[in-house]
Design a binder for this molecule. Structure first.
Ligand code: PMP
Length: 401
């Protein structure tokens, strides 16, 4: 029967990395995948992760038993505190739960499976553009996936009017995927005033918000600032929501697959019911989540000293990314590269949506061995003090040609 199985297309981002790996030119730069690199272009194990890992390995009581279906309790509680703040009224009122997930992807997938089963409306709206996996995840769960206007290609910023209008014309009670901070792929986030207007429409239309939060602390270096939108929805507007949290970027624990799905409901009883159903879905899909990354994250989140070290590590990462934005823009201005490059420093987080066209992206790859997705998205983490000038000169050339 395998004859009936067609070949699926490769994943665009992982395919790009494979092409980069095959390229032997010393000058090659990978600006595709969203994984942090240090100034030498190397993967960075956060000092706090090294420390927590060592403590774990030295612990004679460490076993490799299964975690509970819902994951490590101390990680689940700490995840809620991290996103909602330790003084959250929702936590005090016990109307929030979290389930540990297979990183952020798993949090989205579990959320989608739950919503497909219990949410009355089968329409989900994702931003145009969005993280590539959103459409696949919600499509697979049986949702009708539509887009809301988000990015304004003229200003390279947010098209707020377009966004509000899309949300307004969506069926009442749609599921809306919102990026909590550091929007992927554009790096464009709403301002606080804009979030308030978004919340107005969400509330008026009875839409259900799923915040995808893959970059808390990584975006601005400030964990509370990056959680502002979520906390505003939950505390100021008293809205119910899902929050898909990933510890891939902010802990550099990409391959350990650690995350959480936090659920905020109106009552404690409803929160418990949600946890029971989410656990049931987890059980039939993967039974129990992975333990090692969860133990590292939990250790850090629950130890004041390690937590402080972590916030320093976050500032190291976000600071380096912000520095690369500044340097890239400065080099382009110095070269007199046609166009306005202010958006590079205005955008936030791992990515910059440069505005480069597919033909220019293709030329960057063939002529300069610089790899990025065809929509002109650059992972700023791939830039460093050794290659940023080369990148600027290459961009200058392709923009002029
Ligand atoms: N959501 C968004 C918006 C992302 O950018 C990412 C990472 N690329 C994820 C979720 C999930 O990543 P992971 O499963 O590695 O946590």
């Amino acid at each position: 029967f395998f004859n009936n199985v067609p070949l699926a297309p490769p994943d665009p981002i992982f395919h790009l990395t494979a092409s980069y790996e095959k390229d032997t030119t010393p000058k090659r730069i990978n600006l595709g995948v969203g994984a942090y690199r240090d100034d030498m272009g190397q993967p960075w194990v956060l000092p706090v992760v090294r420390k927590a890992r060592q403590l774990l390995l030295e612990d004679p009581a460490l076993t490799h038993e299964y975690l509970p279906i819902a994951g490590l309790p101390a990680l689940r509680d700490a995840s809620i505190r991290l996103i909602l703040g330790k003084d959250s009224p929702a936590i005090r009122e016990k109307r929030t739960i979290a389930i540990q997930t297979i990183s952020g992807t798993g949090a989205n997938t579990l959320g989608a499976a739950f919503l497909a089963q219990f949410h009355p409306v089968r329409t989900v709206l994702v931003s145009n553009p969005t993280w590539v996996n959103h459409k696949g995840i919600f499509g697979n769960a049986g949702f009708d996936v539509k887009e809301y206007t988000y990015f304004d290609s003229k200003t390279l910023g947010l098209d707020l009017e377009g966004m509000l209008s899309s949300l307004n014309s969506a069926p009442e009670g749609s599921v809306i995927i919102l990026h909590a901070c550091a929007h992927n792929p554009t790096g464009v986030d709403p301002t606080q005033e804009q979030w308030i207007k978004i919340a107005d429409v969400m509330e008026a239309k009875g839409h259900f918000p799923l915040f995808d939060c893959a970059y808390q602390g990584f975006a601005s270096g400030d964990l509370d600032k990056d959680a502002w939108a979520v906390r505003y929805f939950v505390h100021d507007r008293k809205l119910e929501c899902f929050i898909a949290q990933s510890y891939a970027k902010n802990f550099g624990l990409y391959g350990e697959r650690c995350g959480a799905l936090t659920v905020v409901t109106q009552t404690s009883d409803l929160a418990d019911r949600c946890l029971s159903q989410l656990s049931k879905i987890a059980r039939v899909n993967y039974s129990n989540p992975p333990a090692f990354g969860a133990r590292i994250v939990s250790r850090v989140l629950n130890d004041p000293e390690l937590y402080t070290t972590w916030t320093n590590d976050l500032r190291t990462m976000s600071g380096r990314i912000i520095q690369m934005r500044t340097l890239l823009r400065e080099h382009l201005i110095k070269l007199g590269t046609p166009g306005n490059w202010d958006h590079i420093t205005r955008q936030i987080g791992m990515f910059s949506f440069t505005g480069l066209k597919p033909a220019q992206v293709s030329l960057l790859q063939s002529k300069y061995h610089i790899y990025m997705t065809s929509n002109g998205r650059v992972s700023m983490a791939g830039l460093n003090t050794n290659n940023v000038e080369y990148m600027a000169k290459a961009v200058d050339d392709v923009v002029r040609s």
